[in-house]
Ligand binder design. Sequence first.
Ligand SMILES: N[C@@H](CCC(=O)N[C@@H](CS)C(=O)NCC(=O)O)C(=O)O
Length: 219
Amino acid sequence: MIVMKIHDLAMGPYPARVRIALAEKNMKSRVQFVPVDLLKGEHKTPEFLAKNYSGTLPVLELEDGTFISECTAITQYLDTLDGHPTLTGTTPLEQGLIHMMTKRAELEMLDAISIYFHHATPGLGPDVERYQNKEWGLYQRDKALRGMRYFDTILRTQPFVAGEVFSMADIAVIGGLIFAGYLDVAAPAECDALGAWYDKMQARPSVKNRVTMSDKATA
Ligand SMILES: N[C@@H](CCC(=O)N[C@@H](CS)C(=O)NCC(=O)O)C(=O)O
């Protein structure tokens, strides 16, 4: 019984975050993926902007027509839907730390890599990238590298980004490293704790199988 739609792009680093969360929650069979072509600028059309004012993917569409965008908001919704949150924390302390580290992963790494992509590389192409500032993009790439060093220091002292258990914060850092990998932005050589953690993350079925064969056929 499919009751939800996810508007996304199978290979996208932000969509990957929701795909990983869905798999971790064993909820993939409850959603139908609706592909959106970023290279054609489908996410900037009036029809799409009516779903998400920010013009980004992913967007969750509920059966009653409600749209939820932002990976953190979607993950929180999915995680609490079954009454057994496993990704966003159960105690006030866990929730606070996971929220903080997720936001930090976005601010210090994932979003910085995204800005580098949109400003200092051809990005989604001239029809979609209407304004580019290369200097700003390169500055953000360096910020992302500093962020990787920060997460490396964190992962030297604890097994997961927000503490002792896998959470939404790990998924956000994974998204950043997926994006960095697409752009050949390698983590600084000394980040061996981050590297070892990422190897472990890539062995998780939710991460490994986030793009299916049928996604690849339509990508
Ligand atoms: N803050 C948003 C960011 C989403 C985002 O940037 N998604 C990418 C897809 S990988 C996108 O839609 N990029 C298109 C663009 O910015 O033009 C979230 O967490 O969902």
